[in-house]
Design a protein around this ligand. Sequence first.
Ligand code: ADP
Ligand code: MG
Length: 145
Amino acid sequence: MNSQWTTTSPQETRDVAVELLPRIQEEGLLLLKGDLGAGKTCFVQGLAEAMGIDDPVTSPTYGLIKEYGDPPRLVHADLYRLTHAEEYWEIGLEEWREQPGVVCVVEWPERVPDVWSASTLCLTLEQDAKQESVRQLTLSTGDPS
Ligand code: ADP
Ligand code: MG
């Protein structure tokens, strides 16, 4: 399976999400790393679309977490505004992570580095220094292989 992609538009980033959905569903959890504007939320929009979720996906503001689908099948957390690590335990993500069949995606997982296992699936998005619409997407599993 691919572990690296270069995308040149938001649509291409959403297409990678479609391609990765089965793998993410298998794992139940995906971490999304990258600077502001790298395309993390754009990727989550692609996932939602691929899951047949009609609600528009935006950055969760209130409570840092938002559920989509009926029953909730996609849980989107953005930890950027987490003020202290203890707050992680209050937003409910830990409970969602235990639910079978729910896909959890997390922006800014670096805010609480200790709550993810080393083998957690992780996608890093990087904006090209020269080309405005180019992004490098790299998938890692934390496995040593
Ligand atoms: P993040 O959640 O990482 O802060 P967003 O997904 O909210 O970033 O924003 C990404 C912005 O970059 C959007 O305005 C999107 O239209 C733009 N963009 C331009 N090219 C790409 C690309 N190849 N992939 C994803 N987003 C892109
Ligand atoms: Mg975002």
